[in-house]
Design a protein. Structure first.
Length: 414
């Protein structure tokens, strides 16, 4: 020990400088050890080393700490009636280090029940280390009251729903409950300037058929058509000539009189023509003459020749129909490309009878599921197979009443 003191004293006398020796001067072999990286139990160290060690341990702890989790209370998909009071079910949050952190959840609530639409309620939370949970979202649909009672998936999975270009059942006009009665939203003002179509997933028509009714802003009454009746009584033979222009897609020719010879000139055309031919008298002859015989294949016709001695000629290469076409059928493709429907409602076959009976409305000939069965035309629209039947052709006023009719029908069709 004396030798250590003498050495230190001599150094200070010979070199009057301020310096420090980092390490340990040991009498055991006079070894000075590095304290920056201690390896033995009795080694000394520095504050910087200890701080670095603590930070490293903290980093390891943080790496083991998982983000907190949020659990919704109640359903993730909520349907609520327009105008109702929405009370959110809330959520809980838990962190593996902090425990229950529900009280720190931040909720963003966009729901506005006064306006129909799709809204979100978003839940976020972070733990004491700043780790954020994955946000959890509750979807709230504010819709017509009656829509909440149906199966969303049953409607949206319908091919006809897709064929109409709809993506969410909230886009349906639908039925709403009005003091316990059934009411259809929307207006049928100017119904004579609109066209109505039924879309179904199959071509069968009965009380359980589920269909969508679409209202198009398409004025069918303004489209070209012919409706000619030869009505004079019996007597001498009467010769008549009528021409069907190339821009006409529908023509109805009938003879309630007798002894007519009607020559029908069909001008050259590129568009199909739907033709209805009826006789109620006797000895009537309809002769169809084409400007271009290649156009015979563009004609689809239905005939109902009542009475004796009635006949037609010139349609042997045209298509005979089993059901009478109407003007809507003739202009169907034009209607479908005219734009998206103005509104769409849904119903089932049994609802028609009950709604019309409740409102004291007369059945239309193609609106009653029992009299007669309507014709559904197969169409593939946007990759969706659907079947379409017309509802217009002079029945717009009855349809307008139906679409704004109150009734006690309370069972959803889906």
């Amino acid at each position: 020990m004396k030798r250590v003191l003498i050495f230190t004293f001599l150094v200070q006398l010979m070199f009057p400088l301020n310096f420090k020796i980092y390490g340990q001067i040991s009498t055991n072999g006079s070894q000075v050890k590095n304290v920056g990286e201690p390896t033995e139990a009795n080694d000394a160290t520095t504050k910087a080393y200890v701080d670095a060690l603590i930070q490293n341990l903290q980093n390891q702890i943080n790496s083991l700490n998982e983000p907190p989790t949020i659990t919704l209370l109640g359903d993730q998909e909520i349907c609520i009636e327009t105008g109702a009071n929405y009370v959110d079910g809330g959520a809980t949050a838990f962190d593996d280090m902090d425990g229950d952190i529900t009280s720190t959840i931040v909720v963003t609530n966009e729901v506005n029940t006064s306006t129909p639409g799709e809204y979100k309620v978003t839940y976020n939370v972070a733990d004491s280390n700043g780790k954020n949970a994955s946000p959890v979202i509750r979807h709230v649909d504010v819709v017509s009251p009656y829509i909440c009672s149906v199966s969303e998936s049953a409607i949206e999975s319908s091919p006809s729903f897709g064929a109409l270009g709809l993506s969410s059942y909230t886009q349906l006009t639908g039925f709403t409950e009005n003091n316990g009665l059934l009411n259809v939203i929307g207006s049928s003002d100017n119904y004579n300037q609109k066209t109505y179509l039924m879309f179904s997933d199959n071509s069968n028509w009965n009380n359980t058929t589920k269909v969508f009714m679409a209202e198009y802003n398409y004025n069918l009454n303004a489209q070209n058509s012919i409706d000619e009746n030869f009505s004079s009584g019996s007597g001498a033979t009467k010769n008549e000539t009528i021409s069907i222009g190339s821009n006409f897609k529908y023509a109805k020719l009938s003879a309630s009189g007798s002894n007519y010879i009607v020559n029908v000139n069909i001008n050259s055309r590129e568009e199909p023509l739907f033709l209805v031919l009826e006789t109620f008298g006797s000895n009537n002859q309809f002769n169809f003459i084409f400007d271009d015989t290649n156009d015979e294949g563009l004609i689809s016709y239905w005939k109902n020749l009542l009475g004796s001695g009635n006949s037609e000629s010139g349609l042997s290469n045209s298509t005979a129909l089993s059901k009478e076409p109407n003007k809507t059928r003739a202009y169907l493709d034009d209607i479908l490309v005219s734009g998206n429907p103005n509104r769409v409602i849904w119903f089932s076959g049994d609802m028609i009878n009950e709604i019309l009976n409740s409102c004291s409305h007369t059945f239309t000939s193609n609106f009653d599921p029992n009299n007669p069965e309507p014709e559904f035309i197969a169409k593939n629209l946007g990759g969706y197979q659907t079947y379409i039947s017309s509802l217009s052709d002079g029945y717009e006023s009855n349809i307008a009443k139906f679409m704004n009719c109150n009734t006690s029908y309370n069972n959803p069709p889906y």
